[in-house]
Design a protein around this ligand. Structure first.
Ligand SMILES: [Mg+2]
Length: 124
């Protein structure tokens, strides 16, 4: 079964980059520019892995995370944050995020984190 990866980020360039990168690695990717779209996709095409931006206009990363945990509790959520927002990150981990990367992130580091967690899902 192909791993489903959802990219949630308000920046089109980041979404395009990450979708291309993970498609190349054999993932089925979906993308959302905001929380409402992300939650709709989570309901209709439940992802195994979610790459979730912390700073998104409207519903922010933490609010999206809270709802994702209800809709797809099995999904592994990795937060993408712009600064060392430690307090917010700690809250994200408490809510069930499994890892985080700081922007600008190293693509290979992110790939490594995702592949490590994919091993623990049933989509390999
Ligand atoms: Mg953002």
């Amino acid at each position: 079964m192909q791993c489903k990866l959802l990219v949630v980020d308000d920046q089109p360039g980041i979404r395009a980059l990450l979708c291309a990168l993970f498609q190349d690695k054999g993932f089925e990717t979906t993308e959302a520019s905001n929380g409402h779209l992300a939650l709709r996709i989570a309901k209709t095409q439940p992802p195994d892995i979610v790459l979730l931006d912390m700073k998104i206009p409207g519903m922010d990363g933490l609010q999206i995370l809270r709802q994702l945990r209800h809709i797809v509790p099995q999904a592994r959520v990795i937060m993408m944050t712009a600064y060392g927002e430690l307090t917010i990150l700690r809250e994200a981990m408490r809510l069930g995020a499994i890892a985080s990367v700081t922007k600008p992130f190293d693509i290979f580091e992110l790939l490594d984190i995702v592949q490590t967690h994919v091993v623990q899902t049933e989509c390999v």
